[in-house]
Design a protein around this ligand. Structure first.
Ligand code: C5P
Length: 398
């Protein structure tokens, strides 16, 4: 959303009050927002609220009576990366379908060059009326995307379909619409993240200190470039919300391996950042192990190397990246892993006490690719590191 230009049209329905929340969401994500209101909508939400939250003057009339300047509908249309009309009333929908342009919002719709998305809002009988249905079909044919109205309590006191989609839903539609112009649009990319927990008995496990932060940031950076991200995560406290990210939670390496095996063939690529346990207990005790003798030996067996398997089963159109976290000779070991696992590039963590690695907010990395190009990066936040990794992925995928 950062620096994306959202043109928001508001028409005269009670749901207009919710638009304040949509503007807040957009601004929080770094979008630029300009709003146009129909004169009728000003009875439902104050233009002062809209202009204050959007941090821009609001267009209502063709002319600004105060200073005699013209609100140029063509300029609005050229400015926008996407035009969203929410709420879209039956009246405005019908005018849009017929090409009427008796207010600034409608004139802007006719001259708009970017994608138009509408979120209808009306009473249930109006929503299912043949005229409205016909107009919505017409708009869809004209290339307008419609966010279906939701069911629930309506301002009329009736219950049924007609409620404007919630601001979060509209926000997600906008994110997807904007990412469709992005470089990774429609690419399926698998990301592994977090630790794995290998059970010893019903209450104990072998794990590591990975928080999953790096992998989650990579998933977000990929999704923000339009990729459909399949995030396979070991146990973490993190949450992730993005319409293009499908999260599968697993506990141990074997489960992670099964999900990766099922998905890998359909992927365009993968970035494997999970800190997978190399070994697991040979047997898992069915009861909690009792404290009896002074020593306890747990026999371990090797876990599948998930990344190595993906490298061995990589098709020529798939791009694969892995991570190397070593405490010594990181470049040397990283280079060896790149070869052994048949990777296109490897992210080598530079160990800096307290500043990189598990649980830290920052990372310093080297990127080494299979043509032996080595790129060094500064110490950065994990989200900036994720952007660097994704930019490199895009560069190699071209
Ligand atoms: O061989 P090593 O574990 O050091 O390699 C690290 C890389 O391999 C990471 O990208 C990690 O996600 C991946 N890996 C894996 N399956 C394992 C072990 C590591 O996918 N069992």
């Amino acid at each position: 959303m950062h620096n994306k230009r959202i043109l928001l049209g508001i028409t005269g329905g009670i749901a207009a009050y919710k638009i304040a929340f949509l503007i807040r969401l957009l601004k929080k994500e770094g979008a630029e927002v300009k709003c146009i209101m129909t004169p009728a909508s000003c009875d439902f939400i104050s233009p002062l609220v809209v202009s204050t939250l959007s941090d821009n003057p609001v267009g209502i009339e063709f002319w600004n009576k105060a200073d005699g300047t013209w609100n140029n509908h063509v300029e609005y249309g050229l400015w926008a990366d996407v035009f969203v009309i929410a709420p879209a009333t039956a009246n405005s929908i019908s005018k849009m379908a017929s090409g009427a342009c008796d207010n600034l919002l409608l004139a802007t719709y006719l001259s708009n060059k970017s994608k138009t998305i509408i979120a209808p809002a009306m009473d249930l009988d109006m929503y299912v009326h043949p005229t409205t249905k016909r107009n919505l079909i017409q708009l869809e044919e004209d290339g307008v995307q419609i966010i279906p109205a939701e069911s629930g309590f309506l301002a009329s006191g009736l219950e049924g379909q007609g409620r404007m989609a919630e601001p979060e839903t509209i926000f997600n539609y906008l994110k997807i619409a904007l990412s469709s112009s992005e470089e990774l649009c429609c690419k399926n990319i698998l990301v592994t993240a977090g630790p794995t927990y290998e059970a010893i008995d019903p209450v104990r496990f072998i794990g590591n200190h990975s928080t999953g932060k790096m992998g989650y940031e990579i998933a977000l950076a990929l999704a923000n470039k339009g990729a459909i991200v399949h995030l396979i995560s070991g146990p973490t406290n993190l949450t992730i919300e993005h319409p293009l990210i499908e999260l599968t939670k697993v506990t141990n390496a074997q489960e992670m391996f099964e999900v990766v095996q099922n998905k890998w063939e359909a992927m365009d690529g993968g970035i494997f950042s999970a800190a997978v346990a190399d070994y697991r207990p040979k047997t898992v005790a069915t009861e909690k192990i009792k404290k009896s003798s002074d020593d306890l030996t747990i026999e371990l067996v090797k876990n599948p190397d998930i990344l190595k398997w993906a490298g061995e089963n990589k098709k020529s159109n798939q791009l694969l990246a892995g991570f190397a976290l070593e405490t010594t000779n990181s470049l040397e070991y990283g280079a060896a892993k790149l070869q052994q696992k048949n990777l296109d590039f490897i992210v080598i963590n530079e160990p800096l006490a307290g500043k990189t690695g598990f649980g830290s907010e920052t990372n310093q990395i080297l990127l080494l690719d299979n043509c032996n190009n080595l790129t060094k990066f500064e110490l950065k936040s994990k989200s900036q590191v994720a952007d660097d990794i994704v930019d490199y992925y895009i560069k190699l995928s071209k």
